[in-house]
Design a protein around this ligand. Structure first.
Ligand code: FE2
Length: 281
């Protein structure tokens, strides 16, 4: 349970760092399972790339749309050469796995739910948490891509805004290998844009011209393996490309409050057979 001081800190900064939230065994089990998923992934039939730099209206790949209710690997942009071939081993080419492992894979499910997370979700104001998305992010050595400044609420629009991010360091995240950077207190600003699905296309729709933070006000958030960083969906954050020789694996969950209306234009929707639910086991 969060102390009153931690709760105040979360409200003031929009994020909170909780070292040692997960045990070394739990972290190791998730990492092993992720590598098994990558190993089993047929790289030749799926060339989906994940990039946050390309925000023009575009046809979303079938792999991307299906991953709302599945388990899909996405490549790093720099992993594939002009001829469509991998530049390095498959296990070093994957950007992320998404987006429903928390409901479909037993190892991920065990990591993603339980009393500690349920209590934390309540402490940060989620009365009826709904766990929409899981992502395993590799931030590969050398080619791990930049994630440009954004607010997670752009991808999980609810009225009022409720989405909350749970970011677990699975390896030590440092300034060198691409740790998170936050604009402390920036969650009190407006939602700048939203990611809208129209049929099988997606686009980023501008909402507010407030500029993104620059590095003069950005705060690095280094995190040892096992640390959980919980943060408000309106908090602007960014992470650098990883040009170091060390990977920076992380795992994220995104939850909204079921009391708020979940927008029909959000790209991630669930069919009746795979209902979204909270943090209870
Ligand atoms: Fe994010």
């Amino acid at each position: 349970m969060l102390s009153p001081a931690q709760q105040l800190r979360y409200q003031a900064d929009g994020y909170l760092v909780l070292p040692g939230f997960k045990t070394g065994d739990a972290v190791a089990a998730l990492r092993r399972r992720a590598l098994e998923i990558v190993d089993a992934f047929d790289a030749d039939s799926h060339r989906a790339i994940f990039s946050t730099n390309d925000q023009a209206r575009r046809a979303a790949s079938a792999d991307f749309l299906a991953s709302a209710e599945g388990v899909q690997c996405f490549f790093e942009e720099e992993a594939i050469d002009d001829a469509g071939q991998l530049r390095q081993a498959k296990a070093l080419s994957i950007n992320k796995i998404g987006h429903a492992m928390h409901d479909l894979d037993p190892v991920f499910a065990a990591f993603s739910r339980g009393p500690a997370l349920a209590e934390l979700a309540a402490d940060v104001g989620l009365v009826q948490p709904l766990l929409w998305q899981s992502m395993y992010i590799f931030k590969q050595p050398g080619i791990g891509g930049e994630v440009t400044w954004h607010q997670d609420a752009s991808f999980f629009d609810t009225t009022p805004s409720t989405v909350t991010g749970f970011w677990f360091a699975l390896e030590d995240a440092t300034v060198d290998n691409g740790c998170l950077w936050m604009q402390a207190g920036g969650h009190r600003g407006p939602l700048r844009e939203r990611f809208v699905r129209e049929g099988d296309a997606v686009r980023m729709q501008p909402l507010d011209a407030t500029p993104w933070p620059d590095m003069s006000t950005a705060v690095p958030v280094p995190a040892e393996a096992g640390t959980l960083v919980v943060f408000h969906g309106l908090l602007p954050h960014w992470s650098a490309p990883n040009r170091s020789a060390r990977s920076r694996h992380a795992y994220t969950l995104h939850a909204t409050d079921g009391r708020a209306a979940y927008a029909a234009h959000n790209w991630l929707q669930r069919r009746a057979g795979l209902p979204v639910r909270g943090f209870e086991d």
